[in-house]
Design a protein around this ligand. Structure first.
Ligand code: HAM
Length: 418
C-alpha cells in the first residue's frame, strides 16, 4: 500500500483542545448560570433539520442561500446542517407542546452551527453558539430581558468593554411600504451599486443598509430610515423597549443601519461588539424579535425574541484578555506499577479515586521514564508499586514537588491523599 498523507481536519473547522477547555468551560458555565438566574431552561435540538425548515428562515439570507450545508440522506430526505438554532427551537416549542405550558417559554441551548462561509479568524464553518429564546410573548419587557441577559453573560465572563447596537426594523405591517420607499430611493443609484447590492435591491432591499462595500456607504445617509416609518404598534413597542433599557441603565447606540442577516426579524434587533473596536468587527452576540417565524414554519402565529452568542469569538477574547484560567493537570495522582502489575495498579487506582483524579501508567518502561511521564502530566503524587509491595498490599507514595516518600497500606492512601 502506498503511504498517503495524514488526513487533516476539514477546511474551516477546528479542534478545541484540552488546553482551551478552561476558557470554554468558563464561557459555558457562565452562560448557563446567567440563563438559569433569569428562569431559562435548557433544551437540545438536533443538528440536522429538514432543509425546508431552514429555508423558511429566509431564502434571501446568506446563511441559507449561499452557506447552507445541504444533503440528501439515504432515504432521499433533503436535510440541512443547521446554520442557526432559532428555527429548530421554535419547531421544538410546538412539537414538544411547550406552547401548552407557562408562557413565555424561556429556553437556552448550546451547540454547533454550520455555515459554508469563507473561513477566517473568528469565523468558522462549524462554530458554537449559546442561544437564548423567549417564545410566546410580544411584551417589550422580554426584548430588554434578553439584551440584559446577554450583557450580564459577557460581563461575567470578563468582557466588560462592550458596545451594544440597537435598532428596530418594523413588522409585517409597516415594513413593506417602507421597503418600497427604500427601493425608490436606491433604484436611480442602481448602476453605482456592487453586484450583490444590485441583486438585493429588488429582493431584499433592507440588506442594502448593512452593505460593507465602501463605494455604497455615502448613499446610506440619504436613505429613508425605518424609524421614521413605523406603524403605531411598532413605534410604541420601540419606545417601551428603550424606556426599559434606560430604566435598567443599559447603554446602547442607535444604529439605523443595523438590519441583521436573517430574514425572520421584526421590531427590535441588536448586536454586542467588543468595545473600542474600529472598522469591520464581528459581533459577539446578536439577536432580536422574530414575531413572524412560527407562522413562516407553518405553526400558529406566535411571537418570540432571543439572541445567540458566538462561543468561538467570546472564548478567543477571554483568552486574549489573559484571564487567570489555567489548565490543571488531568490527574492528581499517577499510579506507577513495576512490570506486570496491571491488576494491582488498577486496584490501587480504584481505591485512590475515592478522593482524587487518578491515572495509571501501564507501559513497561524504566522508573526514570515513568517519573518523566509523571512530570509531564503534572501529577501531584505518584504511587509506586513493586511486586514485593503488592504482595503486602502496600505502596510508596511520593509527593512530586518535595520528593518526600512514605510507605502506606493501600487502604490508607485515601486518607493521606484527601
Ligand atoms: P447570527 O447573528 O447569525 O444570529 O449569529 C449569532 C452569533 O453567532 C454572532 O453574533 C457570532 O458571534 C456567532 N457566529 C455567527 N457566524 C459565525 C461563524 N461563522 N463563526 C463563528 N461565530 C459565528 C443567529 O444565529 C440567530 N439565530 C440569533 C438569534 C436567536 N436571534 C434570535 N434568537
Amino acid at each position: 500500500m502506498p503511504r498517503s498523507e495524514p488526513i487533516k481536519a476539514v477546511r474551516g473547522v477546528r479542534d478545541i483542545l484540552p488546553a482551551e477547555m478552561p476558557v470554554w468551560r468558563a464561557a459555558q458555565a457562565g452562560a448557563a448560570a446567567v440563563a438559569r438566574r433569569y428562569g431559562y431552561e435548557e433544551i437540545i435540538t438536533p443538528i440536522i433539520e429538514h432543509a425546508e425548515l431552514i429555508e423558511r428562515v429566509g431564502e434571501d439570507t446568506d446563511a441559507v442561500a449561499k452557506e447552507l450545508y445541504r444533503f440528501d440522506d439515504r432515504g432521499g430526505r433533503n436535510l440541512a446542517l443547521r446554520p442557526e438554532a432559532t428555527a429548530g427551537v421554535v419547531r421544538a416549542y410546538f412539537e414538544g407542546a411547550l406552547n401548552q405550558g407557562a408562557q413565555p417559554s424561556r429556553l437556552y441551548l448550546f451547540g454547533p452551527m454550520f455555515r459554508y462561509d469563507r473561513p477566517q479568524k473568528g469565523r468558522y464553518r462549524q462554530f458554537y453558539q449559546f442561544n437564548v429564546e423567549a417564545i410566546g410573548s410580544a411584551a417589550p419587557g422580554l426584548d430588554t430581558e434578553v439584551v440584559e441577559l446577554a450583557g450580564d453573560w459577557l460581563n461575567e465572563v470578563g468582557l466588560q468593554d462592550l458596545r451594544l447596537e440597537l435598532n428596530t426594523i418594523g413588522d409585517g405591517k409597516c415594513r413593506p411600504p417602507y421597503l418600497e420607499r427604500l427601493k425608490e430611493y436606491y433604484r436611480p443609484l442602481k448602476s453605482q451599486l456592487g453586484g450583490d447590492s444590485q441583486l438585493r435591491l429588488e429582493r431584499n432591499p433592507l440588506r442594502l443598509l448593512d452593505s460593507k462595500v465602501p463605494q455604497e456607504q455615502p448613499f446610506k445617509n440619504g436613505a429613508p430610515k425605518i424609524i421614521d416609518h413605523l406603524c403605531d404598534e411598532c413605534a410604541e413597542h420601540w419606545s417601551s423597549v428603550r424606556r426599559l433599557l434606560d430604566a435598567a441603565s443599559i447603554e446602547y447606540q442607535l444604529n439605523p443601519y443595523l438590519v441583521r442577516g436573517l430574514d425572520y426579524y421584526t421590531r427590535t434587533v441588536f448586536e454586542f461588539y467588543p468595545g473600542g473596536a474600529t472598522g469591520q468587527q464581528d459581533a459577539l452576540a446578536s439577536g432580536g424579535r422574530y414575531d413572524g417565524l412560527a407562522e413562516a414554519e407553518g405553526w400558529p402565529s406566535t411571537p418570540g425574541v432571543g439572541f445567540a452568542g458566538g462561543l468561538d469569538r467570546v472564548t478567543e477574547l477571554i483568552a486574549a484578555a489573559g484571564s487567570e484560567l489555567t489548565t490543571s493537570s488531568p490527574a492528581d495522582v499517577l499510579v506507577l506499577p513495576d512490570g506486570e502489575l496491571a491488576v494491582e495498579a488498577a486496584e490501587v487506582a480504584r481505591i485512590c479515586r475515592a478522593v482524587r483524579s487518578v491515572a495509571v501508567d501501564y507501559e513497561a518502561k524504566s522508573l526514570r521514564a515513568k517519573m518523566r511521564s509523571a512530570n509531564k502530566l503534572g501529577a501531584r503524587w505518584v504511587v509506586l508499586i513493586s511486586a514485593e509491595d503488592a504482595a503486602r498490599r502496600v505502596a510508596q507514595l511520593r509527593e512530586m514537588s518535595t520528593g518526600d516518600q512514605v510507605e502506606l497500606a493501600w487502604v490508607e492512601l485515601p486518607t493521606r491523599l484527601a
